[in-house]
Design a protein around this ligand. Structure first.
Ligand SMILES: [Fe+2]
Ligand SMILES: [Fe+2]
Length: 254
Protein backbone atom coordinates (compact mmCIF):
# COMPACT_ATOMS: atom_id res chain seq x y z
CA UNK A 1 0.00 0.00 0.00
CA UNK A 2 1.25 3.46 -0.87
CA UNK A 3 1.98 5.10 2.51
CA UNK A 4 1.22 8.56 1.14
CA UNK A 5 -2.43 7.60 0.79
CA UNK A 6 -2.61 6.91 4.53
CA UNK A 7 -2.43 10.54 5.59
CA UNK A 8 -5.60 12.63 5.89
CA UNK A 9 -6.40 15.70 3.76
CA UNK A 10 -4.34 18.77 4.46
CA UNK A 11 -7.06 20.48 6.46
CA UNK A 12 -6.96 17.83 9.19
CA UNK A 13 -4.22 17.26 11.71
CA UNK A 14 -2.80 13.76 11.33
CA UNK A 15 -3.24 11.71 14.50
CA UNK A 16 -0.26 10.01 16.09
CA UNK A 17 -1.86 6.71 15.16
CA UNK A 18 -1.97 7.74 11.52
CA UNK A 19 1.64 8.90 11.64
CA UNK A 20 2.67 5.64 13.19
CA UNK A 21 0.94 3.66 10.43
CA UNK A 22 2.41 5.94 7.79
CA UNK A 23 6.00 5.51 9.03
CA UNK A 24 5.55 1.78 9.41
CA UNK A 25 4.20 1.41 5.88
CA UNK A 26 6.76 3.80 4.45
CA UNK A 27 9.58 1.66 5.83
CA UNK A 28 8.36 -1.16 3.60
CA UNK A 29 7.62 1.02 0.61
CA UNK A 30 11.12 1.99 -0.42
CA UNK A 31 12.56 2.85 -3.79
CA UNK A 32 14.96 0.21 -4.97
CA UNK A 33 18.52 1.48 -4.73
CA UNK A 34 20.83 -0.21 -7.25
CA UNK A 35 23.69 -0.79 -4.78
CA UNK A 36 25.08 -3.59 -6.93
CA UNK A 37 26.01 -1.12 -9.67
CA UNK A 38 28.61 0.56 -7.45
CA UNK A 39 29.07 4.25 -6.64
CA UNK A 40 29.59 5.29 -10.29
CA UNK A 41 30.62 8.79 -9.33
CA UNK A 42 33.09 10.72 -11.48
CA UNK A 43 36.15 12.47 -10.07
CA UNK A 44 34.67 15.88 -10.90
CA UNK A 45 31.38 15.10 -9.21
CA UNK A 46 33.24 13.77 -6.22
CA UNK A 47 35.43 16.87 -5.95
CA UNK A 48 32.34 19.04 -5.87
CA UNK A 49 30.20 17.12 -3.41
CA UNK A 50 32.26 14.65 -1.34
CA UNK A 51 33.07 16.88 1.67
CA UNK A 52 29.60 18.29 1.75
CA UNK A 53 27.96 14.88 1.56
CA UNK A 54 30.14 13.53 4.37
CA UNK A 55 29.09 16.46 6.56
CA UNK A 56 25.44 15.95 5.73
CA UNK A 57 25.73 12.23 6.42
CA UNK A 58 26.97 13.00 9.91
CA UNK A 59 24.00 15.32 10.43
CA UNK A 60 21.60 12.51 9.50
CA UNK A 61 23.24 10.22 12.03
CA UNK A 62 21.95 10.47 15.57
CA UNK A 63 20.84 8.04 18.23
CA UNK A 64 17.74 10.20 18.78
CA UNK A 65 17.89 9.82 22.56
CA UNK A 66 17.38 13.51 23.32
CA UNK A 67 14.40 13.64 21.03
CA UNK A 68 12.95 10.49 22.50
CA UNK A 69 13.21 11.88 26.03
CA UNK A 70 11.62 15.18 25.04
CA UNK A 71 8.95 13.27 23.10
CA UNK A 72 8.16 11.00 26.03
CA UNK A 73 7.72 13.89 28.48
CA UNK A 74 5.63 15.78 26.01
CA UNK A 75 3.43 12.78 25.09
CA UNK A 76 2.80 12.12 28.75
CA UNK A 77 1.74 15.70 29.31
CA UNK A 78 -0.70 15.78 26.40
CA UNK A 79 -1.78 12.16 27.05
CA UNK A 80 -0.89 10.91 23.59
CA UNK A 81 1.32 7.85 24.16
CA UNK A 82 1.16 6.89 20.49
CA UNK A 83 3.18 10.01 19.68
CA UNK A 84 6.23 8.31 21.20
CA UNK A 85 5.77 5.36 18.84
CA UNK A 86 5.56 7.73 15.88
CA UNK A 87 8.71 9.56 17.05
CA UNK A 88 10.54 6.25 17.34
CA UNK A 89 9.77 5.40 13.73
CA UNK A 90 10.68 8.92 12.66
CA UNK A 91 14.09 8.49 14.32
CA UNK A 92 14.50 5.15 12.54
CA UNK A 93 13.82 6.83 9.23
CA UNK A 94 16.49 9.48 9.88
CA UNK A 95 18.88 6.72 10.87
CA UNK A 96 18.13 4.97 7.58
CA UNK A 97 19.11 8.18 5.77
CA UNK A 98 22.35 8.32 7.74
CA UNK A 99 22.98 4.61 7.19
CA UNK A 100 22.33 4.69 3.45
CA UNK A 101 24.38 7.84 2.92
CA UNK A 102 27.18 6.22 4.91
CA UNK A 103 26.96 3.14 2.74
CA UNK A 104 27.26 5.34 -0.32
CA UNK A 105 30.30 7.17 1.12
CA UNK A 106 31.98 3.82 1.77
CA UNK A 107 31.14 2.61 -1.71
CA UNK A 108 32.66 5.75 -3.23
CA UNK A 109 35.58 5.57 -0.78
CA UNK A 110 34.78 8.99 0.59
CA UNK A 111 35.96 9.14 4.22
CA UNK A 112 33.23 9.55 6.82
CA UNK A 113 33.36 12.50 9.19
CA UNK A 114 33.35 12.14 12.97
CA UNK A 115 32.86 15.83 13.68
CA UNK A 116 31.69 18.86 11.80
CA UNK A 117 31.03 22.41 13.03
CA UNK A 118 27.58 22.59 11.44
CA UNK A 119 26.50 19.31 12.99
CA UNK A 120 27.88 20.25 16.42
CA UNK A 121 26.09 23.60 16.36
CA UNK A 122 22.80 22.06 15.25
CA UNK A 123 23.01 19.46 18.03
CA UNK A 124 23.79 22.10 20.66
CA UNK A 125 20.73 24.12 19.63
CA UNK A 126 18.43 21.09 19.71
CA UNK A 127 19.73 19.94 23.08
CA UNK A 128 19.74 23.37 24.74
CA UNK A 129 16.13 23.35 25.90
CA UNK A 130 14.57 19.91 25.69
CA UNK A 131 11.00 20.87 24.84
CA UNK A 132 9.09 19.73 21.77
CA UNK A 133 8.97 23.26 20.36
CA UNK A 134 12.68 23.90 20.84
CA UNK A 135 13.37 20.63 19.16
CA UNK A 136 10.87 20.89 16.31
CA UNK A 137 11.65 24.47 15.25
CA UNK A 138 15.31 24.05 14.21
CA UNK A 139 14.55 20.63 12.78
CA UNK A 140 11.83 21.86 10.42
CA UNK A 141 14.22 24.56 9.22
CA UNK A 142 17.00 22.11 8.50
CA UNK A 143 14.61 19.63 6.87
CA UNK A 144 13.34 22.42 4.64
CA UNK A 145 16.93 23.13 3.58
CA UNK A 146 17.44 19.39 3.12
CA UNK A 147 14.84 19.53 0.33
CA UNK A 148 16.89 22.17 -1.46
CA UNK A 149 20.11 20.30 -0.73
CA UNK A 150 19.20 16.77 -1.84
CA UNK A 151 17.55 18.08 -4.99
CA UNK A 152 20.83 19.83 -5.82
CA UNK A 153 22.89 16.70 -5.06
CA UNK A 154 20.58 14.69 -7.29
CA UNK A 155 21.30 17.17 -10.09
CA UNK A 156 25.02 17.23 -9.37
CA UNK A 157 25.63 13.55 -10.09
CA UNK A 158 24.88 10.84 -12.60
CA UNK A 159 25.45 8.09 -10.07
CA UNK A 160 22.30 5.93 -10.18
CA UNK A 161 22.75 4.94 -6.52
CA UNK A 162 23.14 8.50 -5.26
CA UNK A 163 20.34 9.82 -7.44
CA UNK A 164 17.91 7.21 -6.21
CA UNK A 165 19.04 7.71 -2.63
CA UNK A 166 18.39 11.45 -2.91
CA UNK A 167 14.97 10.73 -4.39
CA UNK A 168 14.06 8.47 -1.47
CA UNK A 169 15.30 10.97 1.12
CA UNK A 170 13.42 13.81 -0.58
CA UNK A 171 10.24 11.77 -0.48
CA UNK A 172 10.70 11.06 3.23
CA UNK A 173 11.66 14.62 4.15
CA UNK A 174 8.51 16.10 2.59
CA UNK A 175 6.53 14.08 5.12
CA UNK A 176 8.92 14.93 7.94
CA UNK A 177 8.25 18.59 7.31
CA UNK A 178 4.53 17.91 7.57
CA UNK A 179 5.13 15.94 10.76
CA UNK A 180 6.86 19.01 12.24
CA UNK A 181 4.56 21.78 11.01
CA UNK A 182 1.48 19.93 12.23
CA UNK A 183 3.17 19.52 15.62
CA UNK A 184 3.94 23.23 15.74
CA UNK A 185 0.32 23.99 14.85
CA UNK A 186 -0.72 21.83 17.81
CA UNK A 187 1.82 23.49 20.10
CA UNK A 188 0.77 27.00 19.05
CA UNK A 189 -2.93 26.31 19.02
CA UNK A 190 -3.81 27.90 22.36
CA UNK A 191 -1.27 30.66 22.16
CA UNK A 192 -2.73 34.20 22.05
CA UNK A 193 -2.57 35.85 18.62
CA UNK A 194 0.08 38.40 19.62
CA UNK A 195 2.36 35.73 21.02
CA UNK A 196 1.93 33.62 17.94
CA UNK A 197 2.90 36.59 15.78
CA UNK A 198 5.97 37.05 17.94
CA UNK A 199 6.80 33.34 17.59
CA UNK A 200 6.62 33.55 13.79
CA UNK A 201 8.73 36.69 13.82
CA UNK A 202 11.42 35.01 15.92
CA UNK A 203 11.34 31.96 13.63
CA UNK A 204 11.69 34.24 10.62
CA UNK A 205 14.78 35.91 12.07
CA UNK A 206 16.24 32.57 13.20
CA UNK A 207 15.80 31.03 9.77
CA UNK A 208 18.47 33.35 8.37
CA UNK A 209 21.06 31.42 10.41
CA UNK A 210 20.73 27.94 8.84
CA UNK A 211 20.09 29.40 5.37
CA UNK A 212 23.37 31.30 5.51
CA UNK A 213 25.31 28.52 7.23
CA UNK A 214 24.19 25.86 4.75
CA UNK A 215 25.34 28.10 1.91
CA UNK A 216 28.69 28.70 3.60
CA UNK A 217 29.23 25.01 4.28
CA UNK A 218 27.78 23.55 1.08
CA UNK A 219 27.93 26.16 -1.68
CA UNK A 220 30.24 24.09 -3.86
CA UNK A 221 27.86 21.16 -3.88
CA UNK A 222 24.85 23.44 -4.29
CA UNK A 223 26.50 25.18 -7.22
CA UNK A 224 27.34 21.80 -8.76
CA UNK A 225 23.63 21.06 -8.49
CA UNK A 226 22.79 24.14 -10.52
CA UNK A 227 22.23 26.75 -7.83
CA UNK A 228 23.47 30.29 -7.69
CA UNK A 229 23.33 32.04 -4.33
CA UNK A 230 20.25 33.86 -5.57
CA UNK A 231 18.34 30.76 -6.66
CA UNK A 232 19.33 28.94 -3.48
CA UNK A 233 18.14 31.84 -1.34
CA UNK A 234 14.83 32.04 -3.19
CA UNK A 235 14.20 28.31 -2.99
CA UNK A 236 15.05 28.20 0.72
CA UNK A 237 12.54 30.92 1.56
CA UNK A 238 9.81 29.61 -0.73
CA UNK A 239 9.99 26.23 0.99
CA UNK A 240 10.02 27.66 4.49
CA UNK A 241 7.09 29.94 3.65
CA UNK A 242 5.19 26.85 2.61
CA UNK A 243 5.84 25.33 6.04
CA UNK A 244 4.97 28.56 7.86
CA UNK A 245 1.69 28.76 6.00
CA UNK A 246 0.78 25.25 7.15
CA UNK A 247 1.95 25.83 10.70
CA UNK A 248 -1.00 28.14 11.35
CA UNK A 249 -3.52 26.47 13.64
CA UNK A 250 -6.45 28.23 11.94
CA UNK A 251 -5.83 26.15 8.81
CA UNK A 252 -7.06 23.03 10.54
CA UNK A 253 -10.38 21.64 11.66
CA UNK A 254 -9.92 20.69 15.28
FE1 LIG B 1 16.76 12.87 6.93
FE1 LIG C 1 14.00 14.46 8.22
Amino acid sequence: MNPHKLLPTLSSITTSDQWYTYYKTNAEFQLKIPWESGAEITKDEQNAIADSLAAWQLGETSDGLHLLTAGKNYAQRIKDPKYVDAIELFIKEEQRHGGDLGRFLDLAQIPRLQRNWGDTLFRKIRYAIPTMEMWTTPVIMVETLALVYYKAIKNATNSPVLKQLCQQILRDEVKHIRFQYERLAILHRNRPAWLRKLTYFIQYILYYVPVILVWIGHHRALRAGGHSFKSYWRDAWVKMNFAWERMKPERYQW
